[in-house]
Ligand binder design. Structure first.
Ligand code: SF4
Length: 235
């Protein structure tokens, strides 16, 4: 695929290109609506792409239930990647409810460090981010060099809108989190996610009342790379 062709390729074409060109490729899902779409696309095309999620230990029961439903429907394994300490162990080391006092530290311990360790085993990772989700994601490209984690980052849904995602979910009967029907457009860990009122920013329920709207997984600007460079670097 030519360099500029990726910008106009479909998500399925981008995933097929990445699967073909990046030897060790994984998809890290947080089970958002977008992530469910990516799992659907990967599974229906039978692409040999590893799947995992960061199980922080404080996900909603509805998220754990969705995790199982996706595995059952598509016949795939979505591996659990966990922090080195359980929630009780973290409380002993750093005090209880670290997310209330130091959410950045909590995300670092429970998401960023485990993700960095896991991604060190791969040449590339797929994410489900969209440009219109946050200002930090507005310049995301289809294929980037992820300078934070040191591998290729592929964002097949980067140009999709909220409506594109839900049209795909309904058209293909993709499982999604039951909380989406109860006022939770963006779902993370239970202690840091609240429902959103009509008219509010969809991510305003994440870390409500705190100057934070990202886990720290996608906040560092990545550099765009072309497909040929991707293949070379990944080989
Ligand atoms: S989202 Fe909240 S509970 Fe989850 S890792 Fe970040 S601060 Fe901790």
């Amino acid at each position: 695929m030519a360099d500029d062709a990726l910008d106009t390729a479909t998500a399925a074409e981008i995933l097929a290109w990445a699967s073909d060109g990046i030897p060790k490729l994984t998809f890290a899902t947080g089970f958002g609506a977008e992530g469910c779409v990516v799992i659907d696309l990967i599974a229906r095309a039978k692409l040999p792409i590893d799947l995992f999620t960061l199980d922080t230990g404080v996900l909603f029961p509805e998220t754990y239930e969705l995790w199982q439903r996706l595995q059952d429907k598509y016949g795939v394994e979505i591996r659990a990647v966990r922090p080195s300490h359980t929630i009780p162990e973290q409380a002993l080391l750093h005090g209880p409810a670290l997310w209330e006092r130091e959410p950045d530290r909590c995300c670092e311990l429970r998401k960023v460090i485990p993700l960095r360790h896991e991604l060190s085993k791969f040449d590339g990772w797929i994410t489900a981010i969209r440009r219109d989700q946050t200002p930090q994601r507005a310049n995301a490209r289809v294929v980037e060099r992820d300078t934070k984690f040191g591998l290729i980052k592929v964002n097949p849904l980067v140009a999709w809108t909220h409506d594109d995602v839900w049209a795909h979910i309904y058209a293909h009967d993709v499982p999604y989190n039951a909380l989406h029907d109860r006022g939770f457009p963006s779902i993370g860990c239970a202690p840091c996610t609240s429902a959103v009122a009509a008219g509010e920013d969809p991510r305003s329920g994440r870390w409500r009342g705190k100057a934070k709207n990202e886990c720290g997984l996608h906040t560092v600007r990545s550099n765009q790379v072309g497909p040929d460079e991707t293949k070379t670097d990944a080989a």
